[in-house]
Design a protein around this ligand. Structure first.
Ligand code: ADP
Ligand code: DP6
Length: 343
């Protein structure tokens, strides 16, 4: 090999049954299986160039060289693939987030899924998507699910080899999501740290695991029947239960801000007013996501704009599985970056 290039796009996903806790920190094995919806509106594009002339890995995010710590994270991730192929060429990794970074909008999910597919493309790896998802998992747990589109389950598995994602349903039945961007700044407590502290100290944690297991079974049945209201009710309940584990950690903490509570209240008011099904969920950040029918997104967005800045309400349809990009696509993404047209 002198040079090997791969480019890929992966969309973020929002968990409807949350992954919140690891049983093995090094292998990223989760405490429970989770289920998500891939979103069309947010994604990461990543180009990897393995080059024999490089003497170290290079990592640029949104056109900026990253800190040693960030490069080290990428290098450790590339090591996994290099162990697999039995050689260690260095790489230049360039990535563009069309999603705010580290704000609880799942940039790490799209990031490591895009990087995994770009590496697989560059190295011409002969593996299934599911197998590739076991690699993505070790960059960030939630990225396991971003290799697929629509509703996706990440099975907790029994080992590193079978803790993988698989598609559940293409979500092509009047499903959508509104994202209320309360704050797109970097969060103070990374999900990794927050979940570890919760597992170690929350007396509610065993109850969370038990009920997440039940929620998952009920949600898969609701999806199979295309029963939107049951799907939504389980989504909202599951998310709030996850956040109850942070409030019961010791010392307690929360990802919610005062504005998150106002956004939640706005959703309650608007769904009551319009009498449309709309269900909230939140992740490791202050932003509020609303699972709703795609056909109700316009009405909901309009009504919510009486309470919340309209330009901060982003609507999304279900997104596709990760895919390989051409050099021309990559150049277009770079142009959007230089024009400031990325989130
Ligand atoms: P988020 O809610 O955005 O997923 P996390 O704290 O879980 O927040 O993950 C954010 C971290 O993921 C960043 O600090 C960075 O280390 C990594 N990350 C984000 N985007 C990229 C990218 N495009 N390529 C590689 N790593 C990324
Ligand atoms: C609340 O996947 O970001 O969004 O595996 O440590 O990188 P690491 O954590 P990450 O955690 C996601 C937590 C969540 C729920 C979810 O996406 O399932």
């Amino acid at each position: 090999m002198t040079q090997a290039v791969g480019i890929a796009r992966a969309h973020t996903n929002i968990a409807l049954i949350k992954y919140w806790g690891k049983r093995d920190k090094n292998l990223f094995l989760p405490m429970n299986s989770s289920l998500s919806l891939t979103l069309e509106a947010f994604y990461t594009d990543t180009k990897v160039t393995f080059d024999d002339h490089l003497t170290e890995d290079i990592f640029l995010l949104n056109g900026k060289e990253q800190s040693e710590k960030e490069v080290a994270k990428i290098s450790r991730f590339l090591d996994l693939f290099c162990e697999y192929i039995g050689e260690r060429p260095f790489a230049r990794v360039e990535s563009i987030n069309f999603v705010p970074t580290a704000a609880g909008l799942a940039s790490s999910a799209s990031a490591f899924a895009a990087l995994s597919l770009a590496v697989a493309d560059a190295l011409k790896l002969d593996m299934t998507r599911q197998e590739l998802s076991t690699f993505a998992r070790r960059g960030s747990g939630s990225s396991t699910r971003s290799l697929f589109g629509g509703f996706v389950e990440w099975e907790m598995g029994t080992s590193s080899e079978d803790s993988m994602a698989h598609p559940v349903d293409d979500a092509d039945w009047d499903v959508g999501m509104l994202v209320l961007v309360v704050d797109s700044q970097e969060k103070k407590i990374a999900s990794r740290i927050g979940m570890e502290h919760t597992v170690q100290t929350s007396p509610f944690y065993p109850a969370w695991i038990e009920s997440a297991r039940e929620d998952l079974q009920a949600m898969k049945a609701a999806i199979a029947e295309k029963d939107f209201e049951t799907l939504g009710r389980i989504t909202e309940h599951n998310g709030f239960k996850m956040h109850a584990t942070t409030l019961s950690a010791n010392p307690p903490f929360t990802y919610w801000s005062a504005d998150s509570l106002l956004a939640q209240e706005a959703v309650r008011q608007v769904r009551e007013e319009l009498q449309v099904p709309a269900y909230m969920t939140m992740d490791a950040g202050p932003n509020v996501k609303v699972l709703c029918r795609a056909s109700d997104m316009g009405r909901l967005q309009k009504a919510l704009s009486a309470h919340f800045p309209v330009e901060k309400i982003i609507s999304s349809l279900p997104g596709p599985a990760a895919y390989v990009l051409s050099e021309a696509d990559w150049q277009q993404s770079k142009t959007r970056l230089t024009e400031g047209n990325h989130l």
